[in-house]
Write a protein that binds this ligand. Sequence first.
Ligand code: AMP
Length: 110
Amino acid sequence: MNIFERIIKGEVPSKKVLENEEFLAFHDINPKAPIHVLVIPKVCYKDFNEMPSDLLGRMSIFIIEVASILGIKDKGYRLITNVGIDGGQEIPHFHYHLLGGGKLRWDSLA
Ligand code: AMP
């Protein structure tokens, strides 16, 4: 079981922002921006390549709600997903990184 599945089950603690039946948003343990939240589906898909389009559509609505709660919806934010080895993906459970809370440098994650 990957670490995100353990977070979903409540076996590993997390700082939750929002949750519904399908998705969970929680703060990244090693933030790369003033606000750095991870958004995951509760059903495990390895990466973006595997994600069903209908789930991605509902996830978009959820993410906008998370951005609104965090107060960055209108100021702006960055949404990133790493895929595979070259993408630098560490955890094989699809997730978006939602970053914001200040002006982000485009090279800050390179
Ligand atoms: P990625 O490299 O795209 O797979 O991103 C994995 C992210 O998960 C990294 O930004 C880690 O800091 C984050 N992470 C790992 N373990 C935890 C945890 N227990 N709670 C919150 N974030 C975590």
